[in-house]
Design a protein around this ligand. Structure first.
Ligand SMILES: Cc1cc2nc3c(=O)[nH]c(=O)nc-3n(C[C@H](O)[C@H](O)[C@H](O)COP(=O)(O)OP(=O)(O)OC[C@H]3O[C@@H](n4cnc5c(N)ncnc54)[C@H](O)[C@@H]3O)c2cc1C
Length: 434
């Protein structure tokens, strides 16, 4: 009998876990990931709260298991084009964008990358270092196949280069390749397209893009990573010096009626994690976290915050800073804030490096994806889960959701939801067969 198929949109930790669980149940899973590699945001993280386990050490084996599973087909650098029909008879079109590489021939050796003359900011490194126009997004990418970025490739833009084709011993380069649309029948669809980080430069008071020493929390994750742009050395951007003090501003654009009124849910904990890691990398650095309320509601979270205070000397200041401006000269940031309480007063403090924790927002293509799968979004733009007793169902039967696509959520809860999705798909299909 032909295996039933499920399409999973998004190859972050939620999509990977859902795919593994569905595939283990004997279903044929098609993972549709828009970037050249699966992994999502978890691949960018250095460690994970509250245990500070190495993120890649947990994720990488799952990425490989997913790619190697006999019941999983990966469609990376791909997007959902259309969905017709209804549960359990969806007809799905997937657009596989041209990578200009023969995937069967490419060995991922990297000779072409070494010779490519074009450098552009790396998305994976949050713009802190460069990648080539011929690239692997990150060293542990799955699949380990290169991609030509046609917007920046000289051969694609003005026909002058071709060096990658000359050096590729496998004969894998194909400048003429075109997008391919694959059509499959699927019994169910899982939405796991995660989140984006709000562009905090849209709140100019906080100085991102104006002061060199104001960065985002994802940039700090990359700075703290041993495989990141500074090889794990805590450095400020203006002069490469190790900062003497480090400030965090929570709720940048979250819990704010002018931008996003909801709580992004993970920032109190990851700021605490990044503080501990920063102290481990640079034991002399003083750390201050400006916060509104401490939301440490998960297992072991409050203990984690206590450890940051008691063992690492992290200072928590309950205040929402008014602004951050360049200090005198090229380096440093002046942060203006008010202390709370009856004797509240205005203060200005100078930090060598300031880290913003911006709102985490629905993935950019959510509106279009919601239309394609005929499911509703809530006022904040996340997928609606209307029935509390079926928390991974969307408004469209047979379309399930897990991870950040349903609302702000951390990694352990994304994994739980992903496994719940696999059970729910199995339940729906059994009901259907009865
Ligand atoms: C700075 C920072 C630090 C964090 N630290 C921690 C931590 O220590 N511990 C913890 O538990 N959580 C942490 N988190 C939260 C964690 O990153 C999320 O819980 C987790 O990434 C959610 O996984 P996901 O698969 O739902 O989404 P994502 O990781 O966002 O993955 C979604 C995937 O879907 C793909 N995609 C998007 N749109 C489409 C589309 N239309 N078609 C196809 N593919 C698409 C994306 O490219 C991506 O690969 C942190 C978050 C941030 C910002």
């Amino acid at each position: 009998m032909e295996k039933k198929r499920v399409v999973v949109v998004g190859g972050g930790i939620a999509g990977i876990q859902a795919s593994l669980d569905l595939a283990d149940r004997g279903l044929e899973v098609h993972v549709v990931e828009k970037t050249p590699s699966i992994g999502g945001h978890m691949a960018q993280l250095d460690k994970t709260f509250p245990t500070n386990d190495c993120s890649m050490c947990i994720l990488s084996p799952k990425m490989i298991s997913c790619a190697d599973h006999e019941n999983v087909v990966l469609h990376t650098y791909s997007e959902l084009e259309s969905v017709e029909g209804s549960f359990p008879d969806f007809r799905v079109k997937i657009r596989e964008k041209a990578r200009f590489i023969d995937m069967d021939r490419c060995t991922g050796c990297g000779d072409c990358i070494a010779k490519c003359p074009v450098k552009v900011p790396s998305e994976f490194e949050e713009g802190l270092s460069k990648r080539k126009a011929m690239y692997l997004p990150f060293p542990q990418a799955v699949p380990r196949k290169v991609t030509i970025d046609k917007v920046h490739c000289r051969m694609m833009t003005d026909g002058k280069c071709g060096v990658c084709k000359k050096v590729c011993q496998a004969g894998a380069i194909d400048y003429e390749q075109e997008d391919r649309v694959v059509e499959i029948d699927a019994a169910a669809i899982v939405v796991a397209n995660g989140f984006d980080m709000m562009d905090a430069s849209s709140i100019p008071e906080y100085g991102l893009g104006i002061c060199k020493d104001v960065i985002t929390s994802l940039q700090l994750e990359r700075i703290l990573s041993a495989s990141g742009p500074t090889n794990g050395h805590l450095q400020r951007q203006s002069d490469g010096r190790e900062p003497r003090n480090l400030g965090f501003v929570q709720c940048v654009g979250s819990r704010d009626a002018h931008t996003h009124s909801y709580c992004s849910s993970v920032c109190c904990m990851y700021a605490t994690k990044e503080s501990i890691l920063a102290r481990e990398h640079a034991p002399k650095v003083d750390i201050t976290i400006f916060f509104m309320d401490m939301r440490a509601t998960g297992k072991g979270f409050q203990e984690f915050v206590s450890r940051a205070k008691d063992s690492y000397g992290v200072r928590y200041v309950r205040s929402r800073p008014a602004n951050a401006q360049p200090a005198n000269g090229e380096s440093g940031v002046l942060v203006a804030y008010e202390t709370r309480g009856l004797a509240g007063e205005s203060r200005t403090e100078e930090f060598d490096l300031l880290v913003l924790c911006p709102a985490l927002v629905p993935s950019g293509g959510n509106r279009q994806l919601a239309q394609i799968v005929h499911a509703a979004l809530d006022d904040d733009g996340f997928f609606v889960t209307p029935d509390l007793s079926r928390p991974v169902d969307t408004t469209s039967k047979g379309v399930l959701v897990c991870g950040f696509a349903s609302g702000p959520i951390d990694i352990p809860d994304s994994v739980s939801q992903a496994s719940a999705v696999a059970s729910r798909v199995a339940e729906l299909l059994t009901e259907c067969d009865e």
